[in-house]
Design a protein around this ligand. Structure first.
Ligand code: PLP
Length: 241
């Protein structure tokens, strides 16, 4: 069996074990395979092992890959459509290709970006699923809306056409301290619970990566975004902010 297939099984097992530990249904956690820096062949291999949701960080690379994979995907794998998630930082002049080619955006942190995505979402493409990226690590991170401003941003995004606000996403400051990992994810979940209490119909907590997915699942992640544990180490210095 290929390395990617074996890695996918191991990650699936880790998610299942964490879900069991959390006494959550295993299918309440979805795996987003983060394919940034890896080529279309790696995506097709993972699709062959049953994976359907893929995450990309860079607009041009992502759009090229969406197209290349669509052109090369074997007919046997077209039973379920692939789902593409944009999970990288968004510049306002790069929103159009995201609105045109992706199904989800996890990294909305400003109303202006959401407005542009709504304006540029093509008719007939379905609603664009949105998560708000929250800065739960304070000054250690430049990305994400401040927790105090999440509700106002949620209100603005929920009012826009062509978008469907699904939930919250965070990339906490990396730490090997398990309790610190859990505390950061718990902070995001508390914000999520608050928004739901305020009436927002959210169903998605996008949190946890290769190194901290157990803590994330224990704190309620519904999507974990896993790259290196599936595809291997990335040979590049391009990393998310
Ligand atoms: C790269 C990336 C991931 C995956 O990280 P790994 O450590 O390789 O699992 C997840 N989320 C975001 C936002 C990323 O940029």
């Amino acid at each position: 069996m290929s390395t990617i297939t074996l890695n996918m099984q191991a990650v699936g097992d880790a998610i299942a074990a964490a879900a069991d530990e959390a006494r959550r249904p295993r299918d309440s956690v979805r795996l987003l395979a983060v394919s940034k820096t890896f080529g279309p062949d790696a995506v097709i291999e993972a699709a062959g092992a049953g994976q359907r949701a893929f995450g990309e960080n860079y607009v041009q690379e992502g759009v090229d890959k969406v197209r290349a994979v669509a052109a090369a995907l074997p007919a046997a794998l077209t039973d379920l459509p692939l789902e593409w998630h944009f999970i990288g930082p968004i510049q306002s002049n790069k929103t159009r290709p995201i609105a045109e080619h992706f199904d989800w955006v996890h990294t909305v942190e400003r109303e202006k970006i959401a407005q542009r995505l709504a304006e540029q979402r093509p008719d007939g493409r379905g609603l664009l699923n949105i998560c708000l990226q929250v800065n739960i690590s304070g000054e250690a991170s430049k990305s994400g809306v401040a927790p105090a401003d999440v509700a106002a941003l949620a209100r603005a995004v929920a009012a826009l056409p062509k978008l469907r606000l699904r939930g919250l996403m965070a990339i906490p400051e990396p730490t090997e301290d398990f309790d610190a990992q859990r505390a950061a994810f718990a902070a995001l979940r508390t914000l999520y619970d608050d928004l739901r209490e305020q009436g927002f119909a959210l169903d998605t907590l996008s949190m946890g990566m290769s190194a901290d997915l157990r803590a994330a699942v224990l704190e309620g992640a519904t999507i974990v975004r896993v790259g290196s544990a599936i595809f291997g180490a990335r040979h590049t210095n391009k990393e998310p902010q």
